[in-house]
Design a protein around this ligand. Structure first.
Ligand code: ADP
Ligand code: MG
Length: 247
């Protein structure tokens, strides 16, 4: 880590599923400490791009660079080692374990198993603090709200040395208050150098959180630039190609 190299750089990435060209020559540059919104309508290729960065899908062509290194083949293991963490809507936590156990448990790393209780509690407290959160680490995860579980998933990612966090529609199930809290935590972590790809089609939160915006449509890069070049209206226009946006 460190230096001037972007956290992630995708160059001319393409991916086809059967007759569907999910991605067609897409570029993306995620800088250190950046919150990079990836915006597009349903089916535009957002999740496919994050899965390529995370090593879940192999691109048909194009390059993926992480921390300044061109990776000839990104495997899930390689991505994990490089600090990439994906937070999906169903964040793969353990409802019957406590917050501390969930954070201490590196479920992403088969074979490592559970860490000692005291270490797990300490790691949990530290990573929750980095997110600006006050959640009792002894709370059973299943007793938390969806929003709090989401935050615990992020705390776990950064506790496990994740510093490139790909959030795929993290706010889909959250209320506005919960979204605001999530955005504050993302901001606090970005200030410590954690980089985020933030996928959403809720344009209000996109313009609120993002440093940088990339818009894709039908698998193609439509626009990418600093967030201050975008407002909700322009993003909506770009992602739909001029159709009416429902928001
Ligand atoms: P988004 O996340 O922007 O909604 P996706 O990346 O999930 O879009 O999907 C892009 C396109 O690729 C869609 O047409 C989708 O149906 C297709 N697609 C995605 N994953 C697969 C897959 N594993 N198999 C077949 N088609 C897929
Ligand atoms: Mg998706």
């Amino acid at each position: 880590a460190g230096g001037a190299a972007p956290a992630v750089r995708c160059v001319n990435v393409s991916k086809r599923f059967g007759s569907v060209q999910a991605l067609d020559g897409v570029d993306l540059e995620l800088r250190r400490g950046q919150v990079h919104a990836l915006v597009g309508e349903n089916g535009s290729g957002k999740s496919t791009l994050t899965k390529i960065i995370a090593g879940a899908y192999e691109p048909d062509s194009g390059e993926v660079w992480i921390d300044g290194d061109l990776l000839p083949r990104v495997t899930p293991r390689e991505a994990l080692t490089r600090g990439v963490r994906v937070i999906y809507q169903d964040f793969a936590l353990f409802p019957n374990m406590t917050v501390a156990e969930n954070i201490g448990f590196e479920g992403d790393r088969p074979g490592l198993g559970r860490v000692p209780r005291a270490r797990a509690r300490q790691a949990a407290t530290e990573s929750l603090a980095r997110l600006g959160l006050v959640i009792d680490p002894d709370t059973r995860l299943g007793d938390l709200s969806t929003a709090e579980r989401q935050l615990v998933a992020i705390a776990r990612a950064v506790s496990g040395e994740g510093d490139i966090i790909l959030m795929d529609e993290p706010t889909a199930a959250l209320t506005q208050d919960e979204i605001d809290r999530l955005l504050r935590s993302v901001r606090a972590l970005a200030a410590t150098g954690v980089s985020f790809v933030f996928i959403s089609h809720k344009l209000r939160e996109v313009v609120e959180i993002a440093d940088h915006v990339t818009v894709i449509r039908d698998g193609r890069l439509i626009a990418s630039g600093p967030a201050d070049e975008f407002d909700q209206e322009r993003i909506g226009f770009l992602m739909t190609g001029g159709h009416v946006v429902n928001e």
